[in-house]
Design a protein around this ligand. Sequence first.
Ligand code: ZN
Length: 266
Amino acid sequence: MSRAIELFARMHEVRSVTADERGRQTLTGDVILAVFGKVQHKMPLGMDLLMAKYVHDAPAANRIIDVMATWLNDESLKRKDLAIALSCVAFDVFCDKPVASQKRQLAALCRKYSDQAKRSNRLIKGWQVKTKRLQRNIDGCETQTAEERLLSAIYELEALIIKEHRRIDEYAQSQSLKSSTCPRCNGTGSILNTGECPSCGGRGLFVPSVDNIRQHLRHIGLGRVSDKLWERELKPWFEKCLGNLYVESSSVVSLLSDELHKEQAN
Ligand SMILES: [Zn+2]
């Protein structure tokens, strides 16, 4: 993450911030805010993109979607309705939000590799060991009461196991809607001692392919689009939208960095 984005995110998270944590207070909060204001004035769309992506600002997201709709004015597309839907998908991809067709894969990885899942799996394993031990003891029971006591302890453990499975399933489902960061390597792309993360191929993120995007249209109920329409119209439009968003956001980041450097040099 660039320094400009880091400052940007921190300024929106806490009320007062000093730019330098090592005590060399070269940029104060109000100087940083002034720089943000100046850049906001020059590149409103770019700043909104940062607001939406890094601080999850909903009004900024709405403004971006409105702006993207105006991009269609100069286009002679047959299916502008699908194009608008696709521009929203492009925006989600820009914000690193997973598309519907990726969710199952992300949830499966989360169920296996997330810290929560590892903790749950340890708990479950412990309960399973205890259950087995109790089951072995049943044969040695001499009275029915003793046997019943063991059985009820086993049922309690089994209920705990079922509950824990359900809990981790729910967690994995909700995580898979939020972020396309790889749950196995936590977005770093590598795993300690073994090198490149085999789940995401070292990328740290699950970037949807163009095919994922096409499937996504079906997931959100827009139905199948013909190959011709997809290749001629929708795919190029999607790529154009996503390209515009990346270009705009990287220019705003470099403008922010330049302005902050200038202030620091003063
Ligand atoms: Zn990974």
